[in-house]
Design a protein around this ligand. Structure first.
Ligand code: ATP
Ligand code: MG
Length: 257
């Protein structure tokens, strides 16, 4: 489903991602882990189309997508939940999710502004799609609540519902569990397991190795922009280079970075 081949991206002459290759099969949950600054979000944005690569090729569903905009990629089934994504304030949970349907709305702003009949029937379809997505993430009962009044764990699942509303074939999640309490993390993990059981292909970016251990089929480990290990969760967590990269990171945390 996704082939990243020799992809590099630098900022001001410093590589954020350097010669990274990985292949994700249809139905696979692939975790990308690594310490702070490893290049995880840069890779995420390269796949989502929010950044362009300096070199290398990304193939999705058998076609190179290097020249395709983020909007085009979303339309073609790549959905994203950004790191630290914020909900839209002043909107209900349902409205937040409806925004996710944007990639495939056919009648743009003019029809919306004039509230033409074709727009209204489209809005109804999107509303149904949103209801369905809210159900999938366990938030159907909260549809009419102000999104910002929901606890963080539910807001995070709302972001997932928004991504699901675009009916993706590949879902990219950038540290969806960060900042969540234990119970909220468990609920999110269960949701990811459900989506996986439904056959959705996912790229799960995560800082915490423990969170992905039960969820991912395979794990790719990035450090300083490069792939330093790849394998099953068991394989990578016992890899010496991975342990070293993480211990270095723990030290930095201990020093207060
Ligand atoms: N837009 C940018 N401009 C300049 N440098 C950037 C930019 N984006 C990322 N970088 C740099 O690229 C490197 C990788 O950053 P990236 O955000 O991809 O790491 P990460 O693995 O997602 O880290 P974290 O776990 O903290 O989210 C870092 O050194 C970062 O400072
Ligand atoms: Mg990041």
């Amino acid at each position: 489903m996704l082939d990243v081949e020799g992809v590099s991206r630098s900022f001001g002459g410093v590589y954020a991602v350097q010669n990274v290759s990985l292949s994700v099969a249809e139905g696979e949950v692939r975790a990308i882990i690594g310490p702070n600054g490893a290049g995880k979000s840069t890779l995420f944005n390269l796949v989502g189309g929010h950044l362009t690569a300096d070199s290398g090729t990304i193939t999705y569903s058998g076609r190179p997508i290097d020249g395709a905009s983020a909007h085009r990629r979303a339309h073609d089934g790549i959905a994203t939940v950004f790191q630290g994504a914020r909900i839209f304030r002043g909107m209900t949970a349902r409205e937040n999710v409806m925004v996710g349907a944007q990639p495939w709305t056919r009648h743009g702003f003019v029809a919306a502004a004039l509230r033409l009949p074709r727009h209204r029937s489209e809005e109804r379809a999107i509303r149904e799609q949103a209801e369905h997505a809210l159900e999938r993430v366990g938030l159907a009962d909260w549809a009419d609540r102000e999104a910002e009044s929901l606890p963080l764990g539910q807001q995070r699942r709302l972001q997932v519902a928004r991504a699901l509303c675009s009916q993706p074939r590949l879902l990219l999640l950038d540290e969806p569990a960060s900042g969540l309490r234990a119970g909220e993390r468990t609920a999110l993990a269960e949701l990811i397991e459900d989506l996986r059981a439904g056959g959705l292909t996912m790229l799960l970016i995560e800082h915490d190795v423990r969170f992905v251990a039960r969820l991912a089929d395979r794990v790719t480990v990035l450090d300083l922009g490069q792939v330093i290990a790849e394998g099953t969760p068991q394989e990578v967590t016992s890899d010496k280079r991975v342990i070293k990269a993480y211990i270095g990171d723990e030290d930095e945390h201990a020093r207060g970075h």
